[in-house]
Design a protein around this ligand. Sequence first.
Ligand SMILES: [Zn+2]
Length: 468
Amino acid sequence: MVTLRQTFRLYPTASQKNKLFYARSLHQLLYNACLAHRRYEWKVNRKSVGYLDQQNILPAYKDCWPEYKGLYSTSLQGTVKRVDLAYNSFLKGLRKFPRFKSIRDYSGWTYPSTSGWKVNSNGKHGTLVLNDLKIQIRMRGKAKHWGKPTTLTVVYKPRLNQWFASITVKVDVPEPKYGSESDLNYESVVAYDLGTQTAITTFDGSEFNEIKNQRFTRALEPLLKTAGKDKRRKRAPNRKQRVKPSSRWKKANKRESQIKRKIGNQRKDWQHVLMQSLMGETPKTALHRKVTSDLSSRYDIGVTEKLNTKGMTRKAKKGSKRKNQKVGLNKSILDVGFGSLNKMLSYKIELKGGIVLYLPTKQLKPSQRCPKCGKIHKHWANLSNRYHVCDQCGFRLSRDKTSAMVMYNAALGNQPGYGNDLDKRGFPSSTSKTSKHTGSMKQLGKMKRQKSRSSDGSAETPSLYRAG
Ligand SMILES: [Zn+2]
């Protein structure tokens, strides 16, 4: 069972729109009220208010403001929960202190369970029924995978002036093909290396496949820069000083957001093209032709290294000599969108009963190891070394291909210098309970079984389907 998010566009009638806007404003006011309540209790009484405290006073709140009686109670709880989540991520140091939200920044509300709403669709166009607002809205869109709808978030995008239904669905995953070691089919393994020059290099034991990074962000970047400059020259709004934006500023602002959207869409398209070729299909060269085919492919097992894109894209320290270099690297990494690519890959392979292995980069050192004799060459790690020649066995190959090959070998337990002694080296193995990702193919069977259990009910949200 995999949980995926699917987004549909809503087409409410004029009167339905009024109801939606009204509900949104009520949820926004509730959000701010919860926030004010927490702040006040802390400031005056030094008392911290939790989610349950607020949930328990919701009935009293509704008695005071009867307009909330028309809204579904779990959706109100969902809004209270949003405040709780904002506080929690603040306490973890992930976000700033939660602020009061203006209606402009308030996107919508959530129905956290299956009750209170109904979707009449089998993954294609249909209608959405909201019980509390007593409306049935026309809905358009097409889900790539459809299953049992579990939660609904109603989203309004002010810039587009459009409404969306973001629905999480539980999709059945076929029985894992690899129940035991003897089931493993070595022909369906593909190792892939994500790089900055070549976006992706794959190796399936006999064949390499390289896909170049398109770098569209770079093509559009000058346009975005000019648009931003253009905008800065116009009179911007300032709510504190009650300055309204000039109509020229609005126009420039619109132009800028159009370019931003375009960059985002291009990146998404590119990821689809990448995915397609990764799964052994012929990639369509026209970037804007959307990938629609289902991924019944020749590979069931993907192998890659554990990437720390967060660390890789971190800003260089102030005054660092590597600053410019780092900026360039960051841009290419973000162009490809490594994180979401990895996510897309793993859920697509999982959807057809396959699996993705993440090899431990630090121990395996795929970018420094010779695939033939296993010797570690420290200077290979330098990004400017594009072509590798082994001084021990004479093996020669380009950088990205070498890494893909090392990872392929390691997954099959055939990599010299790394090979089968994973347990001795203290890597997570299938026998240790904490193991999530293992290194070797032999540990695959058990790992898959663990994985299918743990992925049950998790609300993984592939960015592919995130609205916008
Ligand atoms: Zn060698």
